[in-house]
Design a protein around this ligand. Structure first.
Ligand code: ADP
Ligand code: MG
Length: 350
């Protein structure tokens, strides 16, 4: 029924994720006065009084988003919560509740699902959110997890993707590229294991990378830090797909351009050494790697003194007029247009 026998049908792949979302949702117009921001940001913003509510949902599918041969179920449960909380924090909001829906095939035992929920429990305990519902269904094949997260924020502190202005500083939390390399290590070990199950891998040299892949942390601490520093970003987004793609989202939504400085991008030494081993360019990995769940935001230049001393915050560039476009300024001081290649295109380097 859904086969593309009729050549006039449009393959989804011809649109890409964002055009697909735009296309499917363009027929919906928000009519509720309480809907402040609908589709198009890290989370929706709803208003039922003084504080604003943010709402976000994500879907994780076995074989697409995770591989249970190297992702322990406990970690998967933890990560499923992190992915959602990260979108709440990207609105500068505090997360308060989650719902978790699962579809499971009969391949999973009760004990397996207990593991999944142990990871969810750890996450909700550490991040102080309540699990308040969900749905449970069977699936023909594999595991599907859908998490919805709710949070709140004072109206004057909400950060949309659309608020960046020319001359604002572009800032990123933490460091980039490690989660992608962690996945490369795990994939490699999986192949080694398939050839020789007795092989005991020594993964100590990659511990940070693997941790970043298997146990990412949403940056609640950074939202708290910004509040303590009395800084409200002009725009913010979380880094799920890679730095360059998220910068381009900010630029597109804000109607600005940007200069990103290669020598400013924060990269952990373990990423640099592993990139050498894999013969990858560490900048390419940081730009396109994805799954770091760091926050990317813009601040007014006046706020620079408040953020400059903090080791968790790195200024990586600044915003420009839209007509100027978005560029990477390389170490050799050449200007390269930024492209959103998505994290699985990392290997095709220029
Ligand atoms: P993120 O990477 O931050 O999770 P997405 O790229 O998944 O964000 O989504 C971007 C925006 O599009 C969000 O506002 C999200 O709620 C919305 N969206 C994504 N998929 C759908 C869909 N199938 N129907 C309606 N809205 C969607
Ligand atoms: Mg997001």
């Amino acid at each position: 029924m859904l086969e593309n026998k009729d050549r006039s049908l449009t393959p989804i792949s011809s649109l890409g994720e964002f055009k697909l979302i735009d296309h499917l949702t363009e027929i919906f117009k928000d009519i509720q006065p309480s809907t402040i921001k609908g589709v198009g940001d890290d989370a929706a913003v709803l208003s039922f009084g003084e504080t604003k509510t943010v709402l976000t949902t994500d879907l994780l599918i076995e074989g697409v988003h995770f591989d249970l041969s190297y992702m322990p179920l406990k970690h998967l449960g933890y990560k499923a919560i992190m992915v959602n909380l990260s979108d709440v924090y990207a609105m500068n909001a505090m997360a308060t509740q989650v719902t978790v829906s699962i579809a499971v095939s009969n391949r999973f035992s009760l004990e397996a699902l207990e593991e999944l929920y142990a990871g969810i429990k750890t996450a909700t305990d550490i991040y102080g959110v309540d699990l308040v519902g969900g749905d449970t269904s069977s699936s023909n094949k594999g595991l599907i997890i859908s998490v919805t997260a709710v949070g709140h924020v004072a109206e004057e502190k909400i950060t949309y993707r659309s608020g960046a202005r020319p001359n604002d500083l572009l800032v990123v939390t933490g460091d980039l590229g490690a989660a992608y390399l962690g996945l490369q290590i795990l994939e490699r070990e999986k192949q080694v294991f398939e050839v020789n199950p007795n092989n005991q891998p020594d993964l100590q040299a990659y511990d940070y990378l693997i941790e970043r892949q298997l146990k990412p942390e949403a940056r609640k601490d950074m939202v708290k830090l910004l509040d303590d520093l009395d800084v409200v970003p002009t725009a913010m987004i979380d880094i799920s797909d890679g730095l360059s793609s998220e910068i381009l989202h900010l630029c597109r939504n804000s109607g600005v351009g940007c200069d990103l400085y290669e020598n400013k991008i924060p990269i952990d030494p373990q990423v640099i050494s592993t990139c050498e081993e894999f013969q990858l360019d560490s900048t390419t990995v940081a730009l396109n790697g994805g799954e770091d769940y760091e926050l990317l935001f813009t601040v007014k230049q006046d706020d620079f003194p408040k953020i400059k001393a903090n080791p968790n915050l790195t200024v990586i560039g600044y915003m420009k007029d839209e007509e100027t476009g978005s560029h990477l300024i390389t170490r050799a001081e050449t200007k390269v247009p930024l492209k959103a290649r998505g994290w699985n295109a990392v290997s095709d380097q220029e």
